[in-house]
Ligand binder design. Structure first.
Ligand code: ADP
Ligand code: ASP
Ligand code: MG
Length: 422
């Protein structure tokens, strides 16, 4: 008997019929003798629907101006799906109880719409498990010091599940979703993408941070910090498949490099359409420029990703960087109002139609020339590279958004990701 955490995403919870299936699957695990904690997302589309209503009633209000209310609103999606799942579990003949984040308690900081979990008091959940109940805990939400409801950012139910698994020292956290594991790239973009049997924690962290939305990045960070055994698998298999077969299916996130069986140089390709590029042109090339520009951006709480500074000509240079598209307008306004006049730069220009495509693999550490191969593939496709950023286990390029799918497919093929690992 083990303590197991299951997480079900929005599509898996998307209708009463699917919720019934989730309940049957959880009942199978409970009847096999496991103590079960289940973390559901809101039913698919619900979070978007709720946030859409907010936009209707408060058009033009920046999210951070009414973030507390957005969280109060969005958290209801998970409260509803959790109660529905508890009801469905009861209909399966199990004892089940559902809790909102504030009831457990999942304590977070007060960064509304992107709160971080600080601690979880699991006493209540443990008492229920000891009494033989299945416990359903809302994904995506928590409560801050002052008692306000907070949410953890889009895709945050993954993080709720892993954090609860860490707090309860669960034997495993199973992330059930609408694909049957982590693939070499998003199978929606490349139908020849292959499922990885295992992926190292470091690679998963890179893939999540570079845009693969199959796991929220903070969930991977938690799994790494607390060594939570984590598996991504399908909720669309028949609920009554053999439990041992199910327990081995999907993709396991591994922590030891020698556990990592597939030794490809590049393990996966990630892409991100959520960024925008900003260039400050004609900047005087002198010490303190990067600080002057990026310091102002950081003070406005805007995260910067890829950065390049061009060669200077006649004592002037161009300075470019990317930010999240949601922060683009704010960043451009700020630069025009505050930085241009004091810096004596010529102009601020931007481009929101860009994307970042990245190759990821721990094999890149021990192989030279991988990045060059990536650049060759893109040049053969006639794709212009606007920016480059590298680390030990990834290379990212910023390109025109319209070439994203072409780039992903060409790289997928060039690095043999469509071929079974040898
Ligand atoms: P859930 O609602 O279950 O949390 P998400 O939509 O958040 O599901 O995540 C699953 C989706 O992630 C898949 O449908 C797939 O399109 C996308 N995805 C992106 N990159 C990958 C990848 N490398 N492997 C698998 N799925 C990926
Ligand atoms: N319901 C939230 C969202 O749509 C959280 C999640 O699904 O993980 O982002
Ligand atoms: Mg998700």
């Amino acid at each position: 008997m083990a303590l197991i955490v299951h997480k079900y995403g929005g599509t898996s919870m998307g209708s009463t019929e699917r919720i019934r299936n989730v309940a049957k699957r959880v009942a199978k695990w409970a009847r096999a003798g496991h103590q079960m904690v289940v973390v559901p997302s809101a039913m698919s589309g619900e979070t978007n629907r709720l946030l859409g209503l907010a936009k209707e009633l408060a058009p033009g209000t920046p999210d951070d101006a009414h973030a507390r209310e957005l969280d109060m609103l969005a958290a209801t999606g998970e409260q509803a799906s959790s109660a529905l799942l508890a009801l469905a579990l009861q209909s399966e003949g199990l004892q089940a109880v559902s809790y909102a984040g504030w009831q457990v308690q999942v304590k977070t900081d007060s960064a509304f719409t992107k709160a971080r979990i600080e601690s979880i008091d699991d006493a209540r959940v443990r008492a229920d498990l000891e009494a033989g109940r299945v416990v359903v805990v809302t994904g995506f939400q928590g409560v801050d010091e002052a008692g306000n409801i907070t949410t953890l950012g889009r895709g945050g139910s993954d993080t709720s599940a892993v954090a609860i698994a860490a707090a309860m020292k669960a034997a495993e956290c199973l992330i059930y979703t609408d694909v049957d594991g982590v693939y070499t790239t998003d199978p929606r973009v490349e139908p020849d993408a292959r499922r990885l049997l295992t992926v190292s924690f470091e690679e998963m962290l890179e893939m999540a941070s570079l845009g693969s939305k199959v796991l929220q990045i903070r969930s991977v960070e938690f799994a790494g910090k607390y060594k939570v055994p984590l598996r991504v698998l399908s909720s669309f298999t028949p609920w009554d498949i053999d439990i041992n077969e199910e327990a081995k299916s999907g993709t396991l996130i591994t922590f030891e490099e020698d556990e990592h069986m597939e030794q490809a140089v590049v393990s996966g390709i990630a892409f991100n359409r959520d960024e925008a590029k900003i260039s400050v042109l004609g900047v005087p090339d002198k010490p303190g420029i990067a600080y002057h520009i990026l310091g102002a951006v950081a003070d406005a709480n805007i995260e910067v990703d890829v950065i390049i500074q061009n060669l200077s000509k006649d004592g002037r240079t161009d300075f470019s960087f990317t930010v999240n598209r949601n922060d683009y307008a704010k960043a451009v306004d700020l630069l025009k109002a505050k930085v241009l006049p004091t810096l004596g730069a010529a102009e601020v220009v931007g481009d929101t139609k860009i994307c970042k495509v990245s190759i990821v693999g721990i094999g890149m550490r021990s192989h030279v020339g991988v990045a060059a191969r990536m650049f060759r593939v893109l040049s053969e496709e006639g794709i212009n590279i606007q920016m480059i950023s590298t680390s030990e286990i990834k290379t990212s390029v910023v390109i025109d958004e319209k070439y994203m799918e072409l780039a992903v497919r060409a790289l997928h093929k060039a690095f043999d990701l469509d071929q079974p690992a040898s």
